[in-house]
Design a protein around this ligand. Structure first.
Ligand SMILES: [Zn+2]
Length: 1100
């Protein structure tokens, strides 16, 4: 029958069988054992089998008794028998017996001298050649189990000689991972004794640890097969187990180096995809996440946390951006598509092609990819990308006047230069009369606007619906899907109090703004007006210092991102705003989510996804007719809770570094503040940082490169008003409608002494007009002399805002325009000195539609100056024609300057053009005659550095780069022959020198810069006013000094206490020297600084 048999095998009877066999063994001891090896093997194997199959009865009291018998009778056996198999069987039995009893039995084992017995077996075995691998494995597994219970473990090991036996074994088996793990564990236990640690140190065990590590690490990137071999051999699992083990046992952090060494090993193995997979399969994310979390409070363990974080980011499964396509959510059909280039590619892309992620994104090739981010987004590059980018053809370098189009064609531009032929006959120069040139007919309103006015529904054009602030949760609008609420909830309550800002904002008028918006054409046909543009902005009076970076911010943000994987249940993942859903971008909600909006002029936000209760992922929209170039953002948030901290992540940033890592904050505008009399943008946000994230960037988006990721710009903020509507922006917004309003107000400021003409240079693709201003002083009279002086004033040609995202350029331009229209004696002198031709916004369409870089043609207009297309790039085509016309009539401007914003550098500075300084940089051999150059190009920046606090001469550069050969500055210098042809770059962030050192830049400082630019022109006039040209050169040289500034090669930014690890890509650390030098694993801060150097090869 079955039952009795079961009882025999599992119950007490089996124990008595074991006891019987043990007795048999004991009797064989001594002579008999040596003689009858076979019997000894059989008996021990039987005992092992019986014990193994005992099952639950192991825990019985009987079993303990059995163990004691075993210990007393059998454990000395291996010393008498030299038979490996018998010894192994005994160790198996022992191992089996010691696994039960929760360590109590191990205690018994130790107290009965078990450790010593095991050491003896170890020494005996190690003398065999070669020692049995299986035996060593079993022995060390047992020792690893026993060691922690034996306080004298280390001492016993040293005295018995077992210590050396283990070390030797490890040294001899570096490639043997099966043996490596247990023996390594035992070494670690030996280490607990200080004497041993010293002894082990002398024995080269530290080096040994690295030898364990090295086979998988050295040349990993050059020789991926090493890493692959390591993966195949299951080392990832072993390494993780080792790391975890050291983590738990090295409680006093004495062996950080070893722990770091293990991580470095993992880091290298995970350079290959196979390694990353093995890491994930071995639960590496969880293991490193929890160990790192435990390390976080101990600052000295930072290297471990940082390396762990690097590994985790590398292994983090790549996500897809939550988009149907990376092409802009807005469509604008071009009148004709260029034959080649990115726009042509965009149009030829077959329907249904997924451009968000690559189909085979798991290509091994990606492992070798380096951080050569394509530099297509910035218009001025960091200098140290160096020589290949610098023009090296001396013939091309020298300015060559190129009249371009025949004069017959250019003659039509005469009408934009009426001042050059104006004779003012019939004009009344009586001072009381106002000018006759005011073509806009905007009344100058002398009296300030009423203190407070009540106006109704001002923020929607065409009377679609009413927008309100307060009550009912923020904003409501008349989009097709949202007819709910506005009328019924508030009735006629749609009333806004306009703050009395007329005195503080002389160029602002809300009503006029709305009028201007009505004439602005946007691709999405916006029907709304953003409050900040409506109310206007008054620069705050308080200082806004660069934000000090808190140590560990980036790390904690990255850990929060990793937690999405570790705790998936916390993730809400709810889309709350989506421009890709036709006609209904605002998604219904239950009051648990913020509401977003970006459908107004210059707005940019494509999608918002609520990830956690108070955390949102935001996706920006590509420039129209493009699939990238996003950086500018401007959106509205409402439905917030007061006092709650929200985290926002812009998850599809493209650049590899950002001033958000160097003290820059985002801008926020509160409507509640505005209606309380404080209409202003303020720098906002804490925990700001910028880092590479886990969203895959397709090769289409990355210029052909595979395996790229996007970057996250994250910031946290809280709101202080209930029922507020707040706006966030990348920089101080300045819309096209704002420009039109400012121009109208400026015209109204005109006095009879001012000659101001506003022409329409051309229409843009989007149907917006591009204004051209002419500003100078009226002649004193219509006498010949006065008219002659009037016509012969040198010309100054200014432009701005070719890049829509560089709104600071518009604020600088506003400062220039206001100064030029001012009543100060300086302004009057300036007008009398020059004729100003100004195109204040070269890219109105880009500005209107919330683009960052391009026009509607999907191209960077500042790369089209060599061959602008009249249809696709009308503003550039016609601006260049104006300059060509001037060159033709020998009236090329004295100064050309294009205002830009710079996202990578601090301060305000200029780029100019110099053959000599370019030659210096490029090491072209040139004769001295080539280098004979007028230093006049340095005068204006030098003057600016003396009078404008934000301006920094040290940041200026006068090198002509090949990648810039189609920019305004280079083309105007080379083709039109303007020696003083500049790009003026204003920081988006702040200053690190001068009066504003340590402060973020604001509109007041930007406008001041624009005004100081005018003052500098006046000083330049005094220099150039001298007739003798050679004398002028001497004078300039005297003032300027003849030695050119050295080319700026230093890093823009100082290093931080916390490493700025922008990237999660493994190969960033390839050059790390730590492993080659064995023990030098100290986190190498300098090295990481160098990394960040390489990352900053971008600028505006
Ligand atoms: Zn620019």
């Amino acid at each position: 029958m079955n039952k009795p048999k079961m009882a025999t095998e599992k119950g007490v009877p089996s124990n008595s069988r074991v006891l019987m066999l043990l007795g048999q063994l004991e009797r064989m001891n001594g002579e008999a054992m040596m003689r009858d090896v076979e019997t000894a093997r059989q008996v021990t194997a039987k005992i092992f089998h019986l014990i193994q199959t005992q099952g639950e009865s192991k825990h019985t009291q009987n079993d303990n008794a059995l163990y004691c018998t075993f210990h007393r009778r059998v454990l000395s056996l291996p010393q008498s028998t030299r038979d490996v198999q018998t010894t192994l069987n005994i160790l198996y039995i022992l191992s089996e017996l010691l696994t039960v009893g929760r360590g109590r039995r191990v205690g018994v084992f130790v107290s009965k001298g078990g450790t010593g017995i095991l050491f003896q077996i170890l020494i005996t075995t190690s003398k065999e050649l070669p020692p049995s691998e299986e035996l060593m494995l079993q022995l060390h597994s047992l020792l690893a189990k026993v060691g922690p219970k034996d306080r004298k473990f280390g001492v016993k090991a040293r005295l018995s000689g077992a210590l050396n036996a283990t070390v030797n074994l490890t040294k001899q088996n570096l490639q043997n991972t099966k043996l490596l793990l247990p023996s390594h564990n035992v070494v670690r236990l030996y280490w607990n004794s200080t004497v041993n640690a010293i002894s082990l140190g002398k024995n080269g065990v530290v080096e040994l640890m690295f030898k364990i590590v090295v086979p998988f690490t050295v040349d990993c990137h050059n020789e991926p097969t090493n890493a692959r071999r390591a993966v195949d051999a299951g080392h990832v699992h072993v390494l993780l187990a080792l790391y975890q083990d050291w983590h738990h046992n090295d409680t006093r952090h004495r062996h950080m180096l070893i722990r770091k060494g293990l991580l470095v090993c993992l880091r290298n193995i995970t350079n290959i995809k196979l390694g990353r997979k093995a890491f994930i399969d071995a639960d590496g994310m969880r293991i490193l996440y929890y160990s790192s979390t435990e390390c976080l409070p101990v600052r000295t363990l930072d290297p471990l946390v940082n390396t762990s974080s690097l590994i985790m980011r590398k292994c983090f499964p790549k996500n897809r951006l939550p988009l149907p396509t990376i092409k802009s959510a807005f469509h604008y059909q071009l009148p004709h598509v260029p034959a080649v280039g990115p726009v042509a590619q965009l149009y030829s892309q077959p329907l249904g092609v997924d451009d968000v992620v690559d189909e085979s994104d798991d290509n091994e090739e990606t492992d070798a990819d380096t951080e050569n981010d394509t530099d297509n987004e910035e218009d001025e590059k960091d200098q140290h990308t160096a020589n290949e980018d610098i023009e090296t053809d001396l013939n091309k370098l020298h300015p060559k006047k190129n009249p371009g189009r025949p004069f017959e064609e250019l003659k039509v531009y005469e009408r934009f230069f009426l001042e050059l032929s104006e004779d003012f006959q019939g004009y009344n120069f009586e001072p009381s009369k106002s000018g006759a040139l005011n073509t806009e007919g905007v009344k100058q309103d002398g009296s300030p606007v009423n203190a407070t006015r009540h106006i109704q529904s001002p923020l929607l054009l065409g009377g679609i619906a009413t927008r309100r602030v307060g009550g009912g949760g923020g904003s409501n609008w008349g989009s097709d899907c949202g007819s709910e609420g506005t009328e019924d909830e508030g009735g006629e309550g749609a009333v806004l109090e306009v703050p009395d800002t007329a005195l503080l904002l002389p160029l602002h008028d809300p009503d006029l703004y709305v009028e201007m918006v009505k004439g602005t054409h946007s691709v999405p046909q916006y029907a709304e007006v953003a409050y900040p543009d409506y109310f206007g902005h008054i620069a705050p009076t308080f200082r806004e210092p660069l934000q000090e970076r808190v140590y560990g911010v980036q790390r904690s943000k990255i850990f929060q991102d990793i937690e999405r994987l570790i705790h998936p249940n916390d993730i809400v993942d709810k889309v709350v705003y989506d421009l890709d859903i036709p006609s209904c971008p605002v998604i219904e909600d239950n009051g648990e989510s913020l509401k977003f909006n970006s459908q107004f002029e210059s707005g940019n936000l494509r999608k918002a996804v609520q990830m956690r209760k108070y955390e949102y992922d935001l996706v920006l929209n590509s420039d129209i007719n493009s699939n990238h170039y996003h950086q500018w953002f401007y959106f509205e948030v409402s439905g917030m809770r007061v006092g709650t901290t929200y985290r926002f992540n812009i998850i599809n940033s493209e650049k590899s570094n950002s001033q958000f890592n160097y003290g820059m904050q985002v801008l926020m505008y509160s409507v509640q503040e505005a209606i309380s009399g404080r209409p202003r943008w303020v720098r906002t946000g804490t925990d700001i940082c910028y880092y590479k994230n886990h969203f895959a960037r397709s090769s289409i988006a990355a210029g052909g490169q595979k395996g790229k990721s996007y970057y996250t710009m994250t910031f946290s903020t809280s709101f202080s008003h209930k029922d507020d509507v707040c706006y966030f922006a990348y920089h101080y917004p300045y819309t096209y409608s704002t420009l039109k309003m400012h121009l109208s107000k400026l015209e109204a400021l005109r006095t009879p002494q001012i000659y101001l003409r506003r022409d329409v240079l051309c229409e843009t693709l989007g149907g917006n007009s591009c204004p051209l201003l002419t500003i100078t002083a009226m002649p004193e009279s219509n006498s010949n002399d006065h008219i002659c002086q009037f016509r012969n004033r040198p010309l100054i040609f200014l432009s701005a805002r070719v890049h829509p995202g560089e709104t600071n350029a518009s604020w600088v331009m506003k400062g220039t325009l206001e100064f030029l229209m001012g009543t100060s004696p300086l302004a009057a002198s300036l007008r009398e000195a020059y004729i100003f031709k100004i195109v204040p916004m070269l890219n109105p369409d880009g500005v209107v539609n919330g683009n960052h870089r391009c026009s509607l043609s999907g191209e960077d207009l500042n790369r089209q100056w060599q061959n602008p297309n009249p249809e696709l790039h009308p503003t550039i085509y016609h601006t260049k024609s104006l300059l060509q016309y001037l060159a033709h009539i020998q009236r090329a401007p004295l100064v050309f300057c294009d205002y830009h914003g710079h996202s990578r550098k601090k301060n305000v500075f200029m780029y100019g053009c110099s053959v000599k300084e370019t030659v210096w940089q490029s090491n072209i051999s040139a004769t001295s005659s080539d280098l004979h150059e007028d230093l006049g190009y340095r005068a204006l920046p030098k003057i600016l550095s003396q009078i404008a606090p934000a301006f920094s001469m040290a940041s200026c550069s006068f090198v002509v780069e090949r990648s810039k050969e189609s920019t305004a500055r280079v083309v105007v210098w080379r083709e039109i022959g303007v020696q003083r042809s500049y790009t003026m770059e204003s920081t988006l962030c702040g200053c690190d020198q001068g009066k504003y050192k340590g402060l973020q830049i604001g509109t007041r400082e930007l406008e001041e810069m624009g005004a100081q630019f005018c003052v500098a022109l006046l000083r330049l006039k005094r220099l150039t006013g001298i007739r003798n040209h050679q004398h002028l050169l001497d004078l300039e040289s005297d003032i300027i000094g003849t030695s050119p500034t050295t080319y700026v090669v230093e890093e823009d930014e100082p290093s931080f206490l916390e490493e700025i690890d922008y990237s999660a890509e493994s190969n960033d650390e390839d050059a790390e020297p730590e492993i080659e030098h064995g023990i030098e694993v100290q986190e190498n801060a300098n090295h990481l600084d160098r990394l960040s150097d390489c990352e900053t090869n971008h600028k505006d």
